[in-house]
Structures are given as C-alpha cells and as structure tokens.
Design a binder for this molecule. Structure first.
Ligand code: BGC
Length: 253
C-alpha cells in the first residue's frame, strides 16, 4: 500500500504542514497535519514539531522511507545557506543531517519554491512544458524555481532581485499587498515591474504563479502585459508537500 507513498513536510512562516504523498498521482494520500510554527522558528524547535508530524504518519509510509522537507532558504547539499524570512541561526545548519539523525529516516531538505516548482512540473501547470519555465511563489516573500527543459536550476532566489534600489520581494510579495493595503490594481503595477525585469533577464516561455494568492489569479494576472504566458499554479497549498516528497525520492534514487 505504501509503495509510492512518501512523507512531505512544508516548513512555513506560520505553519508546519505534512502528509504522505501518493507520487503516482501527485496528491496527498491523507489529510495533512498542520502545527503552528514555533515562535522564533529556531532549528531545534522546528525539529521537534517536524518530529511530531512524522510520528503522526509513521504507519502511513514504509519504515525507513525517505522524508522530504521544504524550507524558505537556500539549501546546498543539505546545508542551509540563507535566512531572509527565518531565524538566522539556520545559516550553516546541516539540515539533512540534523533531521536524519532525529527522525531516524533519510531526510532531504529543499528550498520551498524549488519544491513547489518540481510539483508543478510533474503534476500541475508545467506538465510537458519545455524551454524556460519559471515558477514564482507570492507569499511572505517571493520564491522562484527556474527550469530549462524540465531540469531545475536550484536556489535561484529571484525574489531578491534588486529593482529600483529595492529587494523585489519587499515591494511585490503578497504580504506587502496586505501590509500596505494595496488594491489589486496597485499591486499588479508592482508585479508588472517585477515580471518585466524577470523577462528582460531570463526570457521565460512560461511563468507559473504560486502561493496562496494564486487562488485569486483572475484579480491580477489579466492586468499583466508580458511576452511569456503566465498562468496560476494548479497544486495550490499542497505543492510544497508534494514537491518535497518527490524530491526526497529522487535524491534517494
Ligand atoms: C527566500 C527564499 C524563499 C522565498 C519564499 C525568500 O525570502 O529567500 O529562499 O524561497 O522567500 O518563501
């Protein structure tokens, strides 16, 4: 039963969410568990919450099967290398090693946007898409996942492009829309600046827009004037979990 069921866990700013994933279908195989992200989100506190989520689904996956975990940071070789929206003590942490030791299973940690990207490429809006595809997640920050002919270029961090002297995500993330009480039109103007810069640099064939706000894509995508096709993500709030699980299995294979 648990043949292709792999645990995926998504560490976000407000919640840590996880579920077993059916990788044949690219769907959650059980209702996801969500626990509030501990105050401050220090590595050792996050570790304990992740352990609770894994414990909850221990019987839903094969013993010793890998676990995929997303984090909103640059991750190279399992080591966290940045911390724009998480506690700075993550920097330099060998997250693969830390989680693997505590959970007693092989764990692979991946950037959150890269995970959402692989999920969309395999099961969602990017299926069968060749050429240059860019997934962006619009949330607390802006995440990016860049693909050429389906192959991921990891850790692109295009939310931190400097545009007009600003870190792009501080102008155009969906959290900024809320904080500054921007109308859809005002926010779309900022997205226009952001995606036009992206086009100038990368000439993507397709841009996929993820993050919670993609549910309301009809409010802002039609206002954008770009050469690339731009479409909402399809997996919505399961993309991180599904992508993490996919990534964990790929790393093991
Ligand atoms: C981080 C990225 C992350 C993105 C979305 C950015 O601030 O630097 O690593 O993918 O937020 O969470």
């Amino acid at each position: 039963m648990a043949g292709t069921h792999i645990l995926g866990i998504d560490i976000g700013g407000s919640g840590i969410k996880g579920a077993p994933v059916d990788l044949d279908k690219g769907e959650l195989a059980a209702e996801r568990e969500r626990i509030d992200t501990p105050e401050g989100a220090a590595p050792e506190d996050v570790l304990e919450v992740v352990a609770q989520v894994v414990e909850r689904f221990a019987d839903a996956v094969a013993p010793g099967s890998p676990v995929g975990i997303t984090i909103p940071a640059v991750v190279r070789g399992g080591v966290v290398r940045s911390a724009a929206n998480i506690d700075a003590s993550w920097i330099g942490t060998d997250a693969d090693e830390m989680f693997t030791r505590r959970l007693d299973r092989p764990v692979h940690v991946v950037n959150d946007a890269d995970a959402a990207g692989v999920a969309e490429m395999h099961y969602g809006a990017g299926v069968g898409e060749k050429g240059v595809v860019l997934l962006t997640t619009l949330g607390t920050g802006i995440g990016s996942a860049l693909f050429t002919d389906g192959v991921l270029v990891p850790n692109t961090e295009l939310g931190h492009l400097e545009i007009d002297g600003h870190d792009a995500e501080t102008r155009a993330a969906s959290s900024v829309k809320v904080e500054e009480d921007l109308s859809w039109k005002e926010w779309a103007e900022r997205l226009q600046v952001y995606y036009s810069t992206i086009e100038k640099l990368f000439s993507p064939d397709l841009i996929i827009v993820g993050g919670g706000v993609s549910r309301k894509a009809d409010k802002f995508l039609p206002r954008l004037d770009l050469h690339a096709r731009i479409v909402p993500a399809q997996l919505r709030n399961s993309a991180g979990i599904v992508g993490a699980a996919w990534y964990a299995l790929a790393e093991e294979g």
